[in-house]
Design a protein around this ligand. Structure first.
Ligand code: TXA
Ligand code: MG
Length: 350
C-alpha cells in the first residue's frame, strides 16, 4: 500500500513510498538497536532509539561527527513534553504549541530519560516533533515513551540530504534501512531556539521568522551566530558543497566575476534567482535559475548544490539573495557554505 497524505499548512501533497509495513519494520529495527534513516519535513535524519546506546555511538561513527556534538531528540506527542525535559518555561510552551509538529527545535533542560551520550554530555537537550507523516507514523509506532535521536543524514560538515538518493550517496550500504518520504517539504534544517526562564535565543535560523517568534512571545529574542553551547551547525565549514562557493553582491557583479574567472581558466557555475538577467549572459553562462521566493529557494538549495558538485565546475557563484528577514535561513546556510570566501556581504543581523 502507498501512502499519500496532505500536510497541514501547505498546499503540497507529499508522496511517500513507505508503506505501514515498512514503517513497522523500521520501528522493529530501531527497537533492536539499528540505525535507520527517515524523512522529516526539513531534511532526512539518521535515527537511533535513544536508549540504544550502541546505535547512538554508531551514528557518531558513520557520520564522522565528534562525540560531544549533541543530537536532536524527536518525539511525537506534545503531551509527553514533560517526560523529556525537567522544566518547560512559558516561552517554550507557547512555541511548542504554536509550531509543533513542525520545523522547530527547542533546547531545554534534559530529563533523566535522555542519556548523556545523546546530548554530548550536556544537561540540555534539543527536542522536536516533526510533521512529516512518515516520521510521525514511525514515532507513534515506537510508542509514547520512545524517542529518536537523529542528526541530519549526511557525513559531518556536508550538505543535509533532502531525498533518499542523497542519503544513499552519503552512506552507501552502511545503513540498516532508509525509509522513503519523497522530497523534503522545507529543505533546510529546523529553527533552533534555546529557552530558559530569563531569555529566548535563536541558535540556528530556519523557516520561522524572528518577527513571528517575537509576536507570539511578546518579547525580544536574542540571535547568536556563534553560540556558546556546542552547535555543530554553527561551525563555519558546515553545510558546504565540495566545490568552493562564493556569494556575489548582485547579478551584475556575478557575471563580471564569471567572465574574469573564465579568463583564468577557472570554470564557474552561476546560481541566480532573479529572472531579469542580461540575455547574453544567460546565453553564455547557463545559469541555474532558483525560485525567487524563500520557501521555493530553500526547498531547492541543497539539491542544487549537490547537483553542482557532480558537475565539472571549479567554483559556484551565487547571486546574493535579498537581505530580508524571510531569507535569513538561506543567507545563513550560504554564508557557511562560502566560508572560504568570507569577504562579502551580510551582517549577522539579517
Ligand atoms: O531539521 C533538523 O533539525 C534535522 C532533522 C533531521 O530533524 N536535524 C538536524 O540535526 O539538523 P543536526 O544534528 O544535523 O543538527 C542539530 C543541531 C546541531 O548543530 C547540534 O549541535 C544542535 O542542533 N543541538 C542539539 N542539541 C543541542 C543542545 N542541547 N544545545 C545546543 N545545541 C544543540
Ligand atoms: Mg546536520
Amino acid at each position: 500500500m502507498r501512502i499519500s497524505i496532505n500536510i497541514q499548512k501547505t498546499e503540497n501533497t507529499i508522496k511517500t513510498t513507505s508503506s505501514p509495513e515498512q514503517i513497522r519494520l523500521a520501528a522493529d529495527k530501531l527497537r533492536a538497536g539499528s540505525v535507520v534513516a527517515f524523512p522529516t519535513e526539513t531534511v532526512y535524519g539518521l535515527g537511533a532509539e535513544i536508549s540504544q546506546l550502541d546505535a547512538i555511538q554508531k551514528i557518531f561513527e558513520i557520520k564522522g561527527r565528534p562525540r560531544n556534538h549533541p543530537l536532536i531528540v524527536h518525539f511525537s506527542d506534545i503531551a509527553k513534553l514533560e517526560h523529556w525535559t525537567k522544566e518547560v518555561p512559558p516561552a517554550a510552551r507557547l512555541l511548542a504549541e504554536k509550531f509543533w509538529p513542525g520545523p522547530l527545535t527547542l533546547i531545554l533542560s534534559k530529563s533523566r530519560h535522555i542519556p548523556l551520550d545523546v546530548t554530548g554530555g550536556q544537561n540540555t537537550v534539543g527536542l522536536r516533533i516533526p510533521r512529516h507523516p512518515v516520521a510521525l507514523a514511525l514515532l507513534q509506532e515506537l510508542g509514547p515513551h520512545k524517542a529518536l535521536a537523529a542528526p541530519s543524514a549526511n557525513r559531518f560538515g556536508r550538505i543535509s540530504p533532502t531525498t533518499t538518493a542523497h542519503v544513499k550517496s552519503e552512506f552507501n550500504d552502511k545503513l540498516d534501512m532508509i525509509l522513503d518520504g519523497g522530497e523534503c517539504e522545507v529543505g533546510l534544517e529546523s529553527t533552533i531556539i534555546s529557552c530558559d526562564r530569563e531569555s529566548v535565543t535563536i541558535l540556528r535560523p530556519g523557516g520561522i521568522s524572528v518577527a513571528e517568534i517575537e509576536d507570539l512571545l511578546k518579547q525580544k529574542v536574542n540571535i547568536i551566530a556563534q553560540p556558546a553551547t556546542r552547535v555543530s551547525g554553527s561551525l563555519k565549514s558546515h553545510y558546504a558543497p565540495v566545490t568552493p562557493l562564493e556569494i556575489c553582491r548582485d547579478s551584475q557583479t556575478l557575471w563580471h566575476h564569471f567572465d574574469a574567472l573564465r579568463q583564468q581558466d577557472i570554470v564557474p557555475a552561476a546560481v541566480v534567482y532573479s529572472a531579469n538577467h542580461n540575455r547574453d549572459y544567460m546565453k553564455n553562462g547557463y545559469p541555474i535559475l532558483m525560485p525567487d521566493d524563500p520557501i521555493g529557494y530553500g526547498k531547492r538549495l541543497y539539491a542544487t548544490l549537490r547537483d553542482l558538485d557532480q558537475m565539472n565546475v571549479d567554483r559556484i557563484l551565487v547571486e546574493a539573495p535579498p537581505a530580508k528577514p524571510e531569507w535569513a535561513a538561506i543567507i545563513d546556510r550560504l554564508q557557511r557554505a562560502s566560508a572560504a570566501f568570507p569577504s562579502v556581504l551580510y551582517s549577522n543581523k539579517t
